[in-house]
Design a protein around this ligand. Sequence first.
Ligand SMILES: Nc1ncnc2c1ncn2[C@@H]1O[C@H](COP(=O)(O)OP(=O)(O)OP(=O)(O)O)[C@@H](O)[C@H]1O
Ligand SMILES: [Mg+2]
Length: 329
Amino acid sequence: MYKAFFKLARNPFDLTPDPTYFVSTRRHNEALAALHYGIRRHKGFVVVTGEVGTGKTLLLRCLLRLLKESKDIAYAYLFNSRLSPTEFLQYILSDFGLPASGKNKSELLLDLGQFLVSRGSKGLTTVLIVDEAHHLSEELLEEVRLLSNLETTDDKLLQIVLVGQPELDQKLDSVGLRQLKQRIALRAQLGPLDAAETREYIEHRLRVAGAEGDPNDLFAPEVIQAVYRHSRGFPRLINTVCENALIIAYARQIPKVSVDIVEDVAREFRLDMNFFGEAEGSGTHGEMDVQQAAKVLRDLYSALRKPVARSADLNVPVSLEASEYEPNI
Ligand SMILES: Nc1ncnc2c1ncn2[C@@H]1O[C@H](COP(=O)(O)OP(=O)(O)OP(=O)(O)O)[C@@H](O)[C@H]1O
Ligand SMILES: [Mg+2]
């Protein structure tokens, strides 16, 4: 709607996790590198956690693009974790292109085992990737652990990536899952962006969307600061604030977003200080405030999702130095 008015080729703040918009912040870059390194080096288990809307699914889409480029890697990608153990295995086998319907659990496990052994003997890499893994029941997490038992004397046959919200960490901390926890070789965490990253983020997305000239012509530095103040650097919320600010600027036929407009959006979405449970007049926010804010935002986020599909090529500047990604348990 506003694209022509602001001379943009695409919507810069679409909520779809689109790898072409990927901004390689330090944390995102490290997490992506840990995932790629863990898979490539057959480390077994890799776990990435992060608050809602911090870029976990986007990260996985970036990873999938990297994996697709490798002929020796096959992966199953699961994003609906609310399945029974049999459905879970059926889904995985189907994603690997194996017949799965009508088979019982032991048949499925046998087929999967044979598939993994056959790939392993040819030096090929096989990966199971689970997004929204915080929804996995303890029963399914135990199944996942059993799958990780499929190994030869010197190699793990299935690389497993679990990605989810912080509840996943809590689940993995539970006594019943301590065996699984011990197997995690690599961990990474995503969080909100800081002020400088928020600026880089907004400017980058505007450039990718085809903004002509300086992105600050549309979002001046003080406007970006206001976006940061209200979004606390949570990427999905940054998108929501910026998108709505553009819509308002367009409706008012103003060629750039102003601080007032951002304030209006924040009010509309109730992102004022009280929304975050922060004391009046407090100018800073510590780790606890961010966590508190994240919890409150979870409900809001689910209402903000918009289904828009789009894809294009990824160019991820990722460093894969082995020494940087040692196990941290
Ligand atoms: N590093 C980044 N670069 C560009 N865009 C990002 C980045 N991180 C997050 N985003 C954007 O923020 C929005 C939320 O990201 P995403 O859906 O991946 O979050 P999530 O952590 O999977 O959230 P949830 O916990 O709700 O599943 C998306 O529009 C995504 O494109
Ligand atoms: Mg997600």
